[in-house]
Design a protein around this ligand. Structure first.
Ligand SMILES: [Zn+2]
Ligand SMILES: [Zn+2]
Length: 387
């Protein structure tokens, strides 16, 4: 069965919602207008239950099938937040908020899940319960984690969860997925080197933190090249190097480094954290200084479970004719927290030939709407077939 006919009919309406969301982007947990709009639509569609304020500004809607002999409950999740980027698309429906932009297509995800909810509430052609989940703060705020921490999975008895992200560079409406580890764990570090500042013409009287920190930046590269098994993935990037001196003739007392670590397994994550601390302490000691390392764990590795991934791929093939094997992605995804709590799968849907996500000229492709909505609806109708 290809794209559902009903979504071809609904595409214009869903596109209007999507463009309205695009014009009104909201960042992190500040998705107040978006959440209110989502809740209002879910009420209008006739959801049995609509609850706001889960994970601060998250929204949950419940849709019951014609019957519930299966006792199954499936969660479908979309993200609602935008990015702190100044939009440069020149679109007629470009962001009206300076410095905020839907540059990751979460406007499209929200609109597509609303479209699927409208269809599912209209038809109810399944045996069980659907929980539609709209989360804030995917872009670094951990809104998905906060919804889980609020007891969402237990409160609605969710048994499996499914998520989707648009992907520029893949043909519009095509799909790609992979089982197992898919998106990376994303951690951050802050390192402060402390030495003894002084006159730049008298280095012998100082402990030069600039030289110390430079050695550390180079030494950190050996985590990937010398400590990790070459067949595993790890990225250690130092992205900020700031000395406490603004003068050309002062050796700084302190240097502050910042950066990120991306890994695909718990073992590699532990190894990277351990080695960063060890290397910085060792390098500082070598030069007579001190290093303080703060390591902050962010999103965990996002892992698709085997059975649900195979099923999600079958549904994608039914909707669009094929489903590619997706490569590993070293970016992070907050849906990882939901997949830590329940089995499920996360899929990529093609966004065509657009600028990549997080670029000021990125735009969600509305032509992907029928395929995305159909995938959601088919997940429900095939996983919980009408009795
Ligand atoms: Zn993003
Ligand atoms: Zn995104």
């Amino acid at each position: 069965m290809p794209v559902k006919n009903r979504f071809a009919e609904l595409q214009d309406e869903i596109t209007v919602w999507r463009r309205d969301l695009h014009e009104n982007p909201e960042i992190l947990f500040e998705t107040h207008r978006t959440a209110a709009l989502v809740a209002e639509k879910l009420q209008a569609f006739g959801c049995e239950e609509v609850v706001t304020g889960i994970g601060r500004t998250g929204v949950v809607g419940v849709i019951k099938g014609k019957s519930d002999t299966s006792g199954k409950v499936i969660g479908l999740r979309a993200d609602m937040d935008a990015l702190p980027i100044h939009e440069a698309t020149g679109l007629t429906y470009a962001s009206k908020t300076d410095g905020a932009m839907h540059a990751c297509g979460h406007d499209g995800h929200t609109a597509m899940l609303l479209g699927a909810a409208k269809y599912l509430a209209e038809t109810r052609n399944f045996d069980g319960t659907v929980v539609v989940i709209f989360q804030p703060a995917e872009e670094g705020g951990g809104g998905g984690k906060e919804m889980c921490d609020d007891g969402m999975m237990e409160r609605w008895g969710i048994q499996e969860v499914y998520g989707m992200h648009n992907w520029p560079g893949m043909p519009v409406g095509s799909f790609a997925i992979r089982p197992g580890a898919f998106f990376a764990a994303t951690d951050q570090f802050d390192i402060e080197f402390e030495g003894r500042g002084g006159h730049a013409a008298k280095p012998q009287e100082t402990v030069d933190t600039t030289v110390m920190a430079s050695q550390a930046v180079v030494a950190l590269q050996t985590i990937a090249s010398r400590n990790a098994d070459p067949v595993d993935q790890v990225v250690v990037s130092v992205t900020s190097f700031e000395t406490s001196s603004k003068a050309f003739n002062v050796i700084p007392q302190r240097v502050h480094l910042k950066g990120t670590v991306r890994t695909m397994s718990r073992e590699m994550r532990d190894l990277a954290e351990h080695r960063i601390k060890e290397i910085c302490a060792g390098v500082a000691a070598t030069f007579g200084g001190m290093a303080t390392v703060e390591y902050h764990r962010g999103y965990p590795v996002m892992v698709n479970t085997e059975e649900q991934t195979a099923f999600a791929a079958d549904v994608a093939r039914a909707v669009s004719g094929n489903c590619e094997d997706a490569p590993l992605v070293m970016g992070g995804e907050d849906f990882a927290f939901m997949l830590e709590e329940r089995p499920g799968a996360y899929i990529l849907v093609g966004n065509g030939d657009s600028a990549h996500v997080h670029h000021p000229e990125y735009n969600f492709n509305d032509e992907a709407i029928p395929a995305g909505c159909s995938w959601w609806a088919e997940i429900v109708e095939r996983r919980m077939p009408a009795a």
